[in-house]
Design a binder for this molecule. Structure first.
Ligand SMILES: Cc1cc2nc3c(=O)[nH]c(=O)nc-3n(C[C@H](O)[C@H](O)[C@H](O)COP(=O)(O)O)c2cc1C
Length: 183
């Protein structure tokens, strides 16, 4: 094998496409795109964040939701990653999003995105946001036999090598099971 080196960069695939939604001090919803985040414990999510309108809001309201971006909302989801609520106060509306307040945390759910983690801020230090997952909710249209059906959700992933979004592919195996053949 002959390897090509790309240097020290945050290049991994797949990255999730997380849409973080918050309220400002006046109850105006905002959303941003974040690909450098992942669940890090049973009730915990960690996201690498620079300073944004979102971080202003997190400091004021102490809560956020994280929705999975979907194929059907690619344009809106990319838009909220390239425009700031600091410059465009009606960014959420311009994305075509509609907000419904979470029953669990002081943050908006996005009606157009069916799966969301509802979180409280645990800490935000050195650009690392750690959130407590208080609830996970999904629109009933994407739930089959009591579980979220990713074929219905159609979440997208982010490819940082080529700055591209991808849909999900075919199921190729069963976790915690297929490897048992080699035990
Ligand atoms: C694909 C993609 C991934 C992104 N990932 C992150 C991220 O993980 N962390 C971050 O701080 N900004 C990330 N951004 C940039 C923010 O979404 C962007 O700066 C946004 O305008 C912030 O919005 P706000 O100021 O309204 O909060 C990403 C943008 C895109 C398009």
């Amino acid at each position: 094998m002959s390897r090509v080196n790309f240097g020290a960069k945050p290049l991994m695939y797949p990255q999730p496409v997380l849409i973080i939604a918050t309220y400002d001090e006046n109850g105006v919803p905002n959303a941003m795109n974040a690909a450098w985040g992942i669940t890090t414990d049973f009730k915990e999510i960690t996201i690498s964040l620079s300073e944004h309108k979102t971080t202003d809001n997190l400091a004021k309201r102490g809560a956020f939701t994280v929705s999975l971006a979907t194929e059907g909302q690619v344009i809106a989801c990319d838009y909220v990653g390239i425009e700031s609520g600091r410059k465009v106060p009606d960014k959420f509306e311009k994305a075509g999003f509609h907000a419904t307040k979470s029953d669990f945390v002081d943050a908006p759910l996005i009606d157009e995105l069916p799966v969301a983690l509802e979180c409280k801020v645990k800490s935000f230090n050195d650009g690392i946001l750690i959130g407590e997952i208080v609830n996970v909710s999904a629109d009933e249209s994407v739930v089959t036999d009591g579980a979220v059906d990713v074929k219905k959700v159609k979440p997208i992933s982010f490819d940082p090598f080529a700055n591209a979004y991808y849909g999900i592919g075919e199921k190729v195996g069963n976790a915690f099971k297929d490897g048992a053949k080699l035990k």
